[in-house]
Design a protein around this ligand. Sequence first.
Ligand SMILES: [Zn+2]
Length: 70
Amino acid sequence: MPVYEFRCAKCGNKFAKLCRLGETGENLTCPTCNAPGPKRILSAVVAVGTDGGKGSNCGGCTSSSCAGCK
Ligand SMILES: [Zn+2]
């Protein structure tokens, strides 16, 4: 499962969370103030598939090799 970063719109807290693929944060709550729906931050977390550029479409792929996701 991927780790995504989120930022709370209410208190501004930034946190990383292991969640299911495609998690938008809508169903999560801020660990600090408990506000619902933190905003997902697109960060360098998805740095897994960056070997050689063969997987340019693999930004959302959780696999460490892009052989199977096309
Ligand atoms: Zn918060």
